[in-house]
Design a binder for this molecule. Structure first.
Ligand SMILES: *Cc1c(COP(=O)(O)O)cnc(C)c1O
Length: 451
């Protein structure tokens, strides 16, 4: 270990508290400390290189140090870095709002900015809640969400989340929400194993809850692919049926596209797979190509119009953050969208996703790979102790963590979700690069589970 590394490590130990990290375990290992990057690779302070196999936790689009994006920041810096969006506006926020409405599912017409996915979700929840008050329908104050849902770490977002490991500690702080199982084909409480059966059973459960509780339900909130819950795509057609059920029972639909938005699933937004327009849509991770913290909550005019009133009617949406509408972030987001177009990135992802599918076949043959799930460039490989019975490994074994550690030794950075090994390469990753990453991944799973 070099003296440079030692120095940074000591300062990390002395001053820094890392997110989602048990510091005791982190400091007992030799944590990666990144210094710079190039394309799809990250380099640590000792010059070791790693593939960025999870896009720096689901953000990165084109790779790192993209000349066009770097240039967009520099150009904006010559104008202004930040001015407030409270009661006034600026050039890049307006231009970006126009672009976002153009690429979003049709009917989403207004853009409300924030700085992170969790905030975009908080705003969505407040919009839905206040919508019913503003139009004079009392009592619709509850949200329907799904088990293993993840919508961010702030208290409102955690209230509609349902990952015990992350959320159960905070239960006394949360507002109640109704939780039904996610339509997970591999593991579901219905004891069925085809897409059609899971979809039918799940939707009838949704419908039963809605029929009973429509008067209390403000909105349903869903992820089109459950992300932190284990990379679980919804059965095709499910979201469309959910939209119908929401309409039938007069309940708003919020789709959380924080992870799935911006090409991740092979369409600009995952809603497009089912031709669905939600009442409210949240987006964040890919919006700036993985550069700066910008997020947005998009709403239809039906929602917007319920807030549009004389001041003394008190229908204003009282929400905003100091850095809402940051110009540097919005300028990069505009440059990011320009690159999506000039590089045909969506086509690239949908084509290379097929290549990844082909390569993933070989993973099924591994003794401890229970399920391989994929939607575009969102991939989850679920490891099990026993494949026949789907029996998980004892959680204390940290099998996913071990695979990630082995990947790191082989030059690939990953971050697992318990026993689900997550592979989320930057969207612009080439076929050769994907092959190199998948070779390492296969080797690591083999080494950890079969050697
Ligand atoms: C990551 C994520 C969030 C939270 O976004 P942050 O920017 O980390 O606050 C919300 N919803 C989904 C689906 C996510 O994947």
């Amino acid at each position: 270990m070099s003296s440079v590394y030692r120095e940074f490590y000591e300062k990390n130990r002395e001053y820094l508290w890392n997110p989602f990290t048990q510091m005791k375990e982190y400091l007992a290992d030799d944590p990666v400390i990144i210094e710079n990057a190039e394309g799809r690779k990250l380099f640590d302070v000792e010059g070791r290189q790693y593939w960025d196999g999870v896009s720096s936790v689901w953000l990165n689009v084109h790779g790192h140090r993209v000349p066009e994006l770097d240039e967009a920041i520099r150009e904006q810096l010559d104008k202004v870095a930040h001015s407030t969006l409270l009661g006034m506006a600026n050039v890049p926020v307006i231009l970006l709002a126009e672009q976002l409405v153009k690429i979003a599912p049709p009917g989403l017409k207004k853009v409300f900015y924030s700085d992170s996915g969790a905030e975009a979700v908080e705003i969505a929840l407040k919009m839905a809640f206040q919508y019913w008050r503003n139009i004079g329908i009392p009592g619709k104050e509850t949200f329907l969400t799904m088990k293993e849902a993840y919508h961010g770490d702030t208290i409102g977002a955690v209230s509609v989340g349902a990952i015990n490991l992350f959320h159960s500690t905070y239960t006394p702080l949360l507002f109640p929400s109704i939780k039904i199982p996610y339509p997970n084909v591999y593991r579901n409480p219905y004891g069925v194993s085809t897409h059609e059966e899971v979809m039918a059973r799940s939707l009838s459960e949704v419908e039963a809850v809605m029929a009973e509780k429509a008067g209390q339900l403000a909105a349903v909130i869903v992820e089109p692919v459950q992300g932190a819950g284990g990379m679980v795509p919804m059965p095709e057609g499910y979201l469309r049926e959910l939209r119908h059920l929401c309409d039938k029972h007069n309940i708003l639909l919020i789709v959380d596209e924080v992870a799935t938005g911006f090409g991740r699933t092979g369409k600009m937004f995952a809603c497009e797979h089912d031709g669905v327009t939600p009442d409210i849509l949240t987006m964040a991770k890919g919006i700036t190509g993985g550069y700066l913290p910008i997020a947005a909550t998009l709403a239809t005019n039906k929602i917007y119009d319920a807030f549009y009133a004389d001041y003394d009617e008190l229908k204003t949406l009282y929400h905003g953050h100091s850095y809402t509408g940051n110009q540097l972030g919005c300028a990069i987001a505009l440059a990011n969208l320009k690159l999506f177009r000039s590089r045909n990135l969506i086509t690239h992802v949908s084509q290379l996703a097929e290549h990844v599918t082909d390569r993933l076949h070989q993973f099924h043959e591994l003794t401890h790979v229970g399920d391989v799930r994929q939607k575009g460039f969102m991939i989850g490989i679920e490891l099990v102790e026993d494949k026949m019975s789907k029996r998980p490994y004892p959680w204390q074994q940290r099998i996913g963590g071990k695979v990630a550690r082995r990947c790191r030794e082989l030059g690939l950075l990953l971050r697992p979700l318990t026993d689900v090994v997550v592979f989320m390469p930057p969207l612009a990753t080439t076929a050769d690069e994907l092959d190199s990453m998948l070779d390492i991944l296969y080797q690591a799973i083999f080494d950890v589970t079969e050697r």
